[in-house]
Design a protein around this ligand. Structure first.
Ligand SMILES: [Zn+2]
Length: 282
């Protein structure tokens, strides 16, 4: 784990040109790692003057060039750029508005984490110590149509307390004081989702207890890369059912096997009963 307090002040000194190049670099990484497909996703950086440098609409994130970016003011009005601004700009503006400490936002659809979002399941179990410290709980925001003010409304209650959010039936948004860290959080969310799937598949996740989580949260305060207060204990956050669809635990293979066995036995019993009935009638 490496925080690096110096990174923030160094990041603030970057020129707009450097930010444009950084957006291209991390956009490419999102695409190469399969976190976005086609023209999905968007990235932004809050500039020193308060304006937002953001990816254009309708472009593959691995094919962008520095001059493709758009600049909008704090109300989302486009100031410059040869291409139109992403339709998801409202989500970025909301995060910058609520979190003055945040200077970069990354939105993507990484498949495993998005699968959790599509199943109405937050990533809120204390499974891995490093994730508790680096990220904390990743809550689930209720579903809203992408690109509409309703999406910002769904995110609003969660932005202050978390550094990454699952958006029901949509994807993930992660944010930090600089772009590299926002991107890293996106990677950690997807990694967390993959580990959660393995744990649920094996069927016996051993969760860290409250005392262990508390110690890790103390460690987090010393870790410069984490600015939110995102808790980890599932009992202590009220966002488990962010989606209106009720959540249900992932079934392990063992459960699935047991269930299919039960169905086969029921079908067999039904078949035998009908056969008996037919024979009896004859
Ligand atoms: Zn999206």
């Amino acid at each position: 784990m490496d925080g690096g307090k110096g990174a923030v002040s160094e990041a603030r000194l970057k020129s707009e040109r450097q930010y444009r190049e950084e957006i291209c670099r991390f956009g490419k990484m999102l695409h190469e790692r399969g976190f976005v497909a086609a023209t999905d996703g968007n990235l932004s950086v809050r500039l020193g003057d308060g304006n937002i440098l953001v990816t254009p609409t309708g472009m593959c994130k691995s094919m962008m060039e520095a001059d493709d970016m758009a600049v909008v003011d704090q109300n989302g009005r486009q100031i410059s750029g040869r291409r139109g601004v992403t339709s998801e700009i409202g989500m970025h503006l909301l995060i910058y508005q609520i979190r003055p400490d945040i200077h970069a936002v990354v939105h993507a659809h990484p498949p495993t984490a998005t699968g959790f979002a599509a199943c109405g399941q937050p990533l809120d179990q204390p499974l891995v110590s490093e994730i508790v410290v680096a990220l904390g709980c990743v809550p689930l925001a209720k579903y809203a149509t992408p690109g509409t003010p309703e999406l910002a409304e769904a995110l609003e209650p969660l932005v202050g307390d978390y550094d990454a959010i699952l958006m029901a039936n949509h994807g993930v948004v992660a944010y930090a004081e600089e772009l590299e860290k926002a991107y890293m959080k996106m990677e950690t969310v997807e990694h967390f989702a993959k580990i959660s799937v393995v744990c649920q598949t094996l069927g016996t996740p051993q969760l860290l207890n409250d005392a262990e989580v508390s110690k890790l949260l103390l460690a987090r305060q010393k870790y410069a890369g984490v600015t939110s207060t995102a808790a980890m204990s599932p009992q202590k956050n009220g966002h488990r059912n962010g989606n209106s669809v009720p959540t249900r635990p992932l079934r392990s293979f063992r459960d699935a096997f047991r269930e299919s066995k039960r169905l086969i036995y029921s079908a067999l019993a039904l078949f035998l009963a009908s056969a008996r009935l037919i024979t009896h009638r004859r």
